[in-house]
Design a protein around this ligand. Structure first.
Ligand SMILES: Nc1ncnc2c1ncn2[C@@H]1O[C@H](COP(=O)(O)OP(=O)(O)OP(=O)(O)O)[C@@H](O)[C@H]1O
Length: 291
C-alpha cells in the first residue's frame, strides 16, 4: 500500500493526534424490551489502540459499539469517550452491509466523506481545487483502487466495495473507528489484503479502533488487545495482549508459530464461552417454559 508518510495528505502527527480513549466502568444495559444485554462490563482502550471484541453469537457485541457511538445510553455504570486535543471528527462506523452510495462513483464517494473532515474548510483556507483533487487521489491509492476512480459501486467486486466503504469512513480522519463485522462477506485472500490496508491506515492516522468480529484470526492479526466476551448479559471473560507490534505483514503473520499458539489460546476461551452461552440459553428456555 502507499504509506501516508509518502503523501502530501499526511496529517501532522503530534501528541494531539492520538485518537480518543474509551473506558467502560461496570456498565449495564437493558433494551427497552427488558432484554438484558450487558452486565458489569469493564473495558479500557487507550488513544490510537485497536481492540477486538469476540464472543458467542448474540451476546451483546454490537450493543457495545452502539454505546460507544452514543446511539444508546447505559442505565448502569459509565461509558467514557475522551476526545484527543486535535478537534478531529469524533467517530465513524463501518457495518457488514454496504454503506457506499450506489449513485456516486468511487471518487465522488470519497470526496463526499472527505468534505466531512472536521475543521478542514480547506477551500476557505486557500487549498486549491487541484490540491484537494490530489488528496482524494492519494486516499484512493491508499487502498489500491487507482484506475477505478470513475467506477460506480456496482462495477466493483465485493472486496473492492469494502475498500471504498473503509476508505470513506477514514476519509474524514476520525478519532474513533467502529467496525462491526465489516469483512465477513468477502473471500479470505481479499480479506487478509484489506486487513493490511486498514491496519496500516489506522496506525498512520492515529485512529482508536474497535473491531467486532466472529473471525479470531482477524482480531488477532489486526488488534493490540482481544477481548473474549461471555454469554448475554455479556461482560469480559478474558483479555489477551497481542504481541505482534505496529509493523505486521498480514500474509505471513498467520504462518507463524506464535500466531497459531495465540490463536489456539483465543479459541479455547471462545469455545468455553460458546458452550456457556448454549447452557444459559437452555436455562433461559427452561425458566420461560416453566411459566
Ligand atoms: N433493538 C433491540 N431490542 C431488543 N433486543 C435487541 C435489540 N437489538 C439487539 N437485541 C438483542 O440484544 C442481544 C445482543 O445483540 P447484539 O446485536 O449486541 O449481539 P451480537 O453479539 O453483536 O450478535 P451477533 O454475534 O449475532 O452479531 C441479542 O439477543 C439481540 O437479539
Amino acid at each position: 500500500m502507499t504509506h501516508l508518510s509518502e503523501l502530501s495528505t499526511r496529517p501532522q502527527p503530534d501528541s494531539e493526534t492520538v485518537g480518543a480513549s474509551i473506558e467502560f466502568r461496570n456498565v449495564g444495559y437493558r433494551y427497552p424490551s427488558g432484554l438484558h444485554a450487558i452486565d458489569g462490563l469493564d473495558l479500557s482502550i487507550a488513544g490510537g489502540q485497536s481492540i477486538g471484541i469476540v464472543g458467542p453469537s448474540g451476546c451483546g457485541k454490537s450493543t457495545v459499539l452502539s454505546l460507544i457511538a452514543g446511539l444508546r445510553e447505559a442505565q448502569v455504570g459509565d461509558v467514557l469517550v475522551r476526545p484527543d486535543q486535535s478537534g478531529r471528527h469524533l467517530l465513524s462506523m463501518v457495518f457488514q452491509k454496504d454503506t457506499v452510495l450506489p449513485w456516486l462513483t468511487v471518487e465522488q464517494n470519497v470526496r463526499l466523506h472527505y468534505s466531512f473532515k472536521k475543521g478542514s474548510g480547506e477551500r476557505r483556507r486557500g487549498l486549491s481545487r487541484r490540491a484537494i483533487d490530489q488528496r482524494i487521489r492519494e486516499l484512493i491509492a491508499m487502498v489500491h483502487l487507482e484506475g477505478f476512480e470513475k467506477a460506480y459501486p456496482y462495477q466493483l467486486s465485493g472486496g473492492m466495495r469494502r475498500r471504498v466503504a473503509v476508505l470513506t469512513s477514514v476519509a474524514a480522519f476520525p478519532q474513533i473507528l467502529l467496525l462491526d463485522e465489516p469483512f465477513s462477506a468477502i473471500d479470505e485472500p481479499s480479506r487478509v489484503a484489506i486487513h493490511q490496508d486498514v491496519f496500516d491506515i489506522v496506525r498512520e492516522l492515529g485512529i482508536t479502533t474497535v473491531l467486532v468480529t466472529h473471525d479470531l484470526a482477524e482480531a488477532a492479526s489486526m488488534c493490540d488487545q482481544v477481548y473474549i466476551m461471555g454469554p448475554r448479559p455479556t461482560s469480559v471473560f478474558s483479555k489477551h495482549e497481542i504481541p505482534f507490534g505496529p509493523e505486521r505483514d498480514m500474509m505471513t503473520l498467520r504462518e507463524r508459530a506464535d500466531f497459531l499458539e495465540l490463536y489456539s489460546r483465543l479459541w479455547r476461551d471462545l469455545h468455553l464461552q460458546i458452550d456457556a452461552s448454549h447452557e444459559s440459553e437452555s436455562t433461559r428456555d427452561d425458566a420461560e417454559g416453566s411459566h
